[in-house]
Write a protein that binds this ligand. Structure first.
Ligand code: GLP
Length: 248
């Protein structure tokens, strides 16, 4: 499959993770050679876990260093402190940062506890800008086509903001929280416009349950009904799909 400015890579999970890690490794090494930092936009959820495993493996076995990496996560549940095991802050440390040599001062996840949501969101946007913008943005996709927590209805101009989680998102998260009643009702997420400013975007999807929504995002009508469809308007997107998500 080849799109105007978009490519799709389909294969076994291990294969697509290696291809994604190759991109990140080349970026890290290329920037390091010039004494520069690389800015990664990272995602949570179950989808990227095997990709993070591959990055950790390269760090341990091949000496890939993350010392010049600056990272910004896409989103965070409102109200969950960093010590809450379901916070995305905690997940990122458990699944990646604790296992590589990233400088803790270079890690950012949207604030989860704030008095002024607009100020908190604006501060996050400003931090991304000050870092020079995102070089490589990883995305998963939600069951209804959300990216980050940009739920159905999120527009192409949306920026980092507080958002009410959709019913489906809460249902999907319920098992991890031990019941729907424990899932936060709000989150803070990078906006669609924030995401589209990344110089390279990689959307990863695994499993047959994502097949239909991936197809709608890649080739359906572009609009807020499926926020991931706005990626069709970006000049440098890679869709990394396992065979089940691609339906092949
Ligand atoms: C959550 C996250 C998204 C993620 C989505 C899919 O809603 N905020 O960033 O892409 O879940 O999760 P999973 O990868 O577990 O299917």
């Amino acid at each position: 499959m080849q799109f105007s400015s978009q490519t799709a890579q389909v294969g076994e999970v291990g294969e697509i993770c290696r291809a994604m890690a190759d991109e990140v490794e080349a970026l890290i090494k290329g920037k390091a050679a010039g004494g520069e930092k690389v800015v990664l936009g990272l995602a949570t959820g179950s989808t990227p876990l095997p990709f993070y495993h591959e990055l950790i493996r390269r760090h341990r076995e091949e000496g890939l260093s993350f010392q010049n990496v600056v990272s910004f996560n896409l989103d965070e549940y409102e109200g969950l402190g960093r010590d809450h095991e379901r916070s995305y802050w905690a997940e990122m440390w458990q699944n990646l940062f604790d296992h590589v040599d990233i400088d803790p001062g270079n890690v950012s996840v949207p604030p989860s506890i704030f008095e002024d949501a607009e100020a908190a969101a604006a501060g996050y946007e400003a931090a991304i800008r000050e870092a020079g913008g995102i070089d490589w943005q990883l995305l998963g996709i939600g069951g209804e086509g959300h990216i980050g927590f940009n739920e159905k209805g999120s527009g192409e101009e949306s920026r980092t903001r507080r958002i009410t989680l959709a019913r489906k998102t809460i249902e999907d998260a319920a098992p991890a929280f031990g019941g729907e009643e424990n899932v936060p009702t709000h989150a803070i997420t990078m906006g669609v416009a924030t995401i589209l400013e990344a110089r390279r975007i990689v959307l990863m999807a695994r499993g047959a349950s994502k097949r239909e929504i991936v197809l709608r995002a890649m080739s359906g009508e572009v609009g807020p009904e499926v926020p991931a469809s706005f990626l069709q308007n970006h000049g440098n997107v890679g869709w990394f799909l396992d065979n089940d998500a691609a339906g092949s």
